[in-house]
Design a protein around this ligand. Structure first.
Ligand SMILES: [Zn+2]
Length: 468
């Protein structure tokens, strides 16, 4: 399996530190509002990648944080006249709901920055001891960027170019030794949440959070660190500087970054009025459609979002679900049990689609090609399955489609919700059919209800039903 590594700018063969195990860290959202569809892209992409690793037999420890202390959270709290904690608690809950609707598997651990302050203070102390950080007069602790030799290796930036860029915008009144130095700890301002520290009452900078949470939950060197392309610089560059200086070993072996999401070929922004939360999209579409839409592009390419493209995704997804539904339906009605020799051959032919699927995913998680091989399977299944097929064959075909879609996080079982009144109506219709000795229709209604999870029980008092 090959992964494009931002660090080396090459596709590299993936080799985990420990055989059969993968330690993966994905930067999570800052929780001050509902997540937007740009936030959803890395969540969907790296969840799919994790699912594929698990499909390949790896045991994956997947850590994704919530940044629950930040300027934006404090600002939202002031606007609502509440606490930062209330804001972050609320939006973590909402974020988890959106993630569940996007069928994103829960992480092994979702650490919260505010629970890890002690570890952050400890790492900052180590950095100070090693000469990589210093406390300024006002209690702010800065990272001494030039001291770290590898600075710029992830973003492929030259430190002197960075310095030149900074020289034009000299900030006065700052207590930094060098304009490139960044904040590890900052003093509190009036009304802000704060923690005690050896330097001042204050709170951590954003970058130190991820270095500490990755270390605590995954170790000093991890296999994969992932996130959006916008995090490469400075966030991930700074994480490397902190972690490698403090721990003395490489931080992450592979760095994966997803491309930007645009709306109608424009950058998504509130000021342009083209800003969508996942919740808003969920009001118009099943969120599976959003997931499927995102998988139709390679994760490193920019992705353009539009209503037209979402509708195309919706129709394509419908074709997969219909094919799965059809296989399930046929296996319920066929009278033949065992697979014939001919069916066995047909089934073996579908190995080809599985191989194509795996080859696509092995090639730097090319989900677009993986989806294409699912469609090849669907086409084959549609023309090679009928009520004449055996139950064993139809079930094997269904299972294979189910498994491939499950790697993509696509649920092929249609969600059917039926109201009590509709159930009663169907039961009434079934009673009529039985009276008229139309037993075929009566059985059909029973089966339809059963498919929707409604179990009928004929009793002396009449028909009773319950949700299975
Ligand atoms: Zn991070």
């Amino acid at each position: 399996m090959k992964i494009y590594n931002t660090l080396t700018r090459k596709k590299e063969e993936f080799k985990p530190i420990e055989e059969g195990k993968v330690r993966m860290y994905v930067c999570g959202p800052t929780v001050y509002n509902y997540i937007h569809i740009g936030n959803a892209r890395p969540m969907i992409i790296f969840d799919t990648f994790r699912r594929y690793l698990e499909y390949k037999g790896y045991e994956v420890t997947y850590v994704s944080n919530f940044t629950d202390v930040d300027d934006k959270i404090i600002k939202a709290a002031i606007e609502e006249n509440t606490t930062a904690e209330e804001i972050s608690t609320r939006f973590i809950k909402e974020c988890k709901k959106d993630m569940a609707d996007l069928n994103i598997k829960p992480a092994t651990t979702n650490p919260l920055a505010t629970n890890e302050i002690a570890g952050m203070i400890e790492m900052i102390e180590t950095l100070i001891e090693k000469g990589y950080a210093y406390a300024a007069e006002d209690g702010t602790v800065y990272y001494r960027t030039r001291k770290f030799d590898g600075y710029g290796k992830l973003s492929h930036k030259n430190i002197d170019d960075l310095e030149a860029g900074h020289r034009d915008i000299k900030v006065t009144g700052e207590l930094k030794e060098d304009p490139l130095d960044f904040v590890l700890w900052k003093p509190k301002k009036e009304g802000e949440p704060y923690w005690e520290s050896p330097w001042c009452k204050g709170r951590p900078g954003w970058h130190i959070e991820c270095s500490v949470m990755a270390k605590k939950y995954l170790g000093d060197t991890i296999d994969i660190h992932a996130g959006g392309e916008d995090l490469v610089f400075p966030h991930h560059e700074n994480e490397i500087a902190q972690s490698e200086a403090a721990n003395g070993v490489p931080f992450a072996n592979y760095w994966m970054h997803n491309g930007f999401l645009n709306i109608n070929n424009q950058k998504m922004s509130k000021s342009l009025g083209n800003f969508f939360t996942v919740r808003e999209i969920g009001e118009k579409y099943d969120l599976q459609v959003l997931r499927f839409f995102m998988l139709n592009a390679h994760y490193r390419t920019p992705l353009n979002f539009s209503k037209e493209l979402m509708d195309v995704a919706k129709n394509s997804l419908e074709r997969i679900i219909t094919a799965a539904e059809n296989l399930k339906h046929l296996s319920g009605v066929t009278e033949k049990e065992d697979m014939t020799g001919e069916e066995n051959e047909l089934f073996e032919q579908t190995e080809l689609f599985v191989k194509k699927f795996e080859a696509a995913m092995d090639d730097d998680a090319n989900t677009a090609d993986a989806v294409a091989s699912v469609f090849e399977f669907v086409k084959f299944a549609n023309s090679n399955a009928s009520a004449e097929s055996s139950k064993a064959y139809l079930e094997a075909m269904y299972q294979r489609l189910f498994t491939l879609c499950d790697v993509l996080g696509i649920i092929v079982e249609r969600k059917q919700e039926i109201l009590d009144a509709d159930i009663e109506k169907l039961i009434e219709e079934r009673q009529m059919a039985r009276k008229e000795k139309n037993f075929a229709r009566a059985d059909e209604i029973r089966d339809t209800l059963l498919e929707m999870g409604i179990v009928l029980e004929d009793t002396r008092e009449g028909v009773k039903w319950k949700r299975a």
